[in-house]
Design a protein. Structure first.
Length: 100
């Protein structure tokens, strides 16, 4: 049990580092009262749900979205769409003084 918890803690710390770097790159920050750890845990829980569905034989849907930002493709997974539309929008905000 402790080995599993250690692996989870390590994975969450590594993903928190990745997500923190992405937030910095896009001039966003975690919105109070949330923390980067909360943000990371929510994405992990959502993605694990899709993994369980996949293991049960449920194919992960792809969505073609109308994206107007240069360099962003139109083909998104349902997971990516859910993360962007709900978690990123609810848990983060532009860094003060930065353009959105």
């Amino acid at each position: 049990m402790s080995a599993g918890k250690e692996r989870l803690d390590t994975a969450l710390a590594n993903f928190a580092s990745l997500y923190g770097g992405l937030l910095d790159f896009y001039d966003r920050q975690v919105r109070a009262p949330f923390t980067l750890e909360h943000f990371t845990m929510v994405i992990a829980a959502l993605s694990e749900g899709f993994v369980l569905q996949g293991l049960s034989g449920v194919e992960h849907p792809l969505i073609e979205r109308e994206i107007t930002e240069p360099g962003v493709g139109a083909d998104w997974t349902l997971l990516a769409s859910a993360v962007e539309a709900t978690i990123v929008e609810a848990f983060t905000e532009p860094v003060l003084g930065q353009q959105a």
